[in-house]
Design a binder for this molecule. Structure first.
Ligand code: ARE
Ligand code: CA
Length: 463
């Protein structure tokens, strides 16, 4: 018998897009903690404009925790329950701007506002009026001043260099921390000078996790690298390089973490296959394409670069459509406890529930056992590709239209292993396998893979 190494502490996160707090709490307890997911990224919690589209969340009206995702009490209860389950909570901090509505209005929870006037919070002088473009909107991403001082799609742009604006933002973030939040996604961080983000987050308790959303853009002067001195960044290049091979079958092999041009260091990188924006935009592979989506997520979870964040959203036809709501506009509760995916047959509004897919849970188990040893050089065989995490796990995928055999050299012990993609986290059961079985013989792991199939075995999945 062989010794199975101790499972590493979980590091993977998940974005639960537009999921109400009561349901997030439920997921922390029933699906995320059991799957070994370390943190959950929420949709924005603050009061927002009253509108049906999901992106209403990204137009703050006040910093009350009262949104269609839930009340302050529900938020507080959720954070406490997630923390108790061992799942840290990362809040989405929309601090670059307020609303984009030119007309005055009343927010979801009743706060009156106008485009540059948010009573008891911000007044006209707290906003940039960049004067660099006809409408004060950003027109040219190649111009740093426009990107940071003009308005992103007409959203009233806060003067984040102002000490009073900073103090208001810091008070809001500290309020979330007082409820147990562990860190923040800084929404639209590219549009806030890195020095301003740093000035704000340096006023938060030590250890607060900061993840800046800075979309790397070709030829743009503002890069994610400016934001790594005080936290992590979402590295958009990762998905852009990970997924095209899934469609063209030509894999290039980044053997070493540091051998990835145009990407921040591995420690600073949050990586993902898609997120709520790219699912509706640039992503090559999304949950609408279940087989390739499993392959992409499996490769990411088997990889040695960055901290992965999974994405759990809902099916849609209209890219603007919000999650289903009740008559009061509250997003309906949803549970992934009994979901088995992947499936391409979701009705609009139904949750993808990736955290419950056996393949994803199997790969989280793979990562816990094999994720801390070196990634070995990849092997190509037609449209199949695979690699070893040295001595602990092997993954192989077939992105072509034909059955493919692939043989991956490994220092894992010879023997029979249960596949965690088809078998899930507990792939080895009662001397047999819950899913498929593969073998290692004379130091070669062999896989016969159907078109669109993936396979992964590790020391803990020995039959
Ligand atoms: C909505 C309407 C607009 C309207 C506006 C104001 O769609 O027509 O003018 O409201 O009334 C989300 C939605 C937006 C929505 C907004 C506010 O995606 O459609 O606008 O909420 O409700 C850039 C930013 C990046 C940003 C993306 C979307 O750099 O930070 O655009 N991503 C975050 C969130 C979004 C959110 C916001 C920011 C705003 O993740 O969900 O917007 O809070 C190149 C550049 C990128 C650029 C990208 C797209 O790749 O390199 O920097 O990203 O193009 O323009
Ligand atoms: Ca700005």
């Amino acid at each position: 018998s062989i010794e199975v190494p101790e499972a590493a502490a979980p590091d993977v996160g998940i974005e639960l897009f537009q999921l109400p707090w009561t349901s997030v709490a439920q997921e922390c307890e029933t699906t995320l903690a059991p799957a070994g997911i370390a943190w959950v990224l929420l949709s924005p919690a603050q009061e927002h404009i009253a509108a049906d589209e999901w992106w209403a969340s990204y137009q703050p009206v006040s910093y009350q925790l009262a949104s269609r995702l839930g009340t302050r009490d529900e938020f507080a209860d959720m954070v406490q329950r997630c923390n108790a389950a061992g799942v840290a909570v990362i809040a989405d901090a929309v601090i670059n701007h307020m609303t984009g509505q030119s007309e005055p209005g009343v927010g979801y929870a009743g706060a009156a506002y106008a485009h540059y006037d948010y009573p008891d919070l911000y007044a006209e002088s707290d906003f940039h009026h960049c004067g660099l473009t006809a409408t004060d909107d950003i027109q040219l991403y190649k111009n740093r001043e426009q990107v940071q001082n003009c308005e992103l799609v007409n959203l009233a742009d806060l003067d984040t260099a102002s000490p009073t604006v900073q103090a208001t933002i810091v008070a809001y973030l500290k309020d979330l921390i007082s409820l147990g939040v562990s860190g923040f996604r800084i929404d639209a961080a590219k549009h806030i000078p890195a020095t301003d983000v740093e000035a704000i987050v340096s006023q938060l308790p030590q250890g607060t996790r900061i993840m800046s959303e800075v979309i790397r853009g070709a030829g743009e002067p503002i890069t994610p690298d400016e934001y790594v001195t005080f936290g992590e960044v979402f590295e958009f290049t990762y998905a852009r390089e990970l997924t095209p091979p899934l469609e063209n079958g030509v894999f290039t092999d980044p053997v070493l973490s540091d051998d990835r041009p145009q990407q921040v260091s591995s420690e600073a990188a949050i990586v993902f296959v898609d997120n709520h924006d790219t699912e509706r935009g640039e992503a090559n592979v999304t949950a609408r394409d279940p087989q390739l989506y499993v392959i992409a997520n499996a490769l990411m979870l088997a990889d040695d670069y960055g901290t992965p964040v999974l994405y759990s959203g809902y099916a849609f036809t209209d890219r603007d459509a919000g999650a289903p709501t009740d008559a009061d506009g509250r997003v309906l509760e949803a549970s992934c406890a009994d979901a088995i995916g992947p499936t391409a047959d979701l009705a609009d509004g139904e949750r993808t529930c990736v955290q419950s897919w056996p393949a994803i849970r199997g790969m989280l188990a793979f990562r816990a056992i094999a994720g801390e040893v070196p990634r070995m050089p990849g092997v190509d065989s037609g449209d199949a590709y695979g690699f070893e995490r040295e001595g602990r796990g092997v993954i192989a995928v077939n992105v072509g239209d034909d059955m493919q055999r692939i043989e991956v050299p490994t220092t894992m012990p010879d023997g029979a292993y249960c596949d965690v993609i088809t078998g899930g986290a507990d792939a080895a059961v009662d001397g047999g396998c819950a899913g498929r079985e593969y073998s290692i013989s004379s130091g070669i792991a062999s896989f016969d893979l159907d078109p669109g199939a993936a396979a992964a075995i590790h020391l803990g999945s020995r039959r």
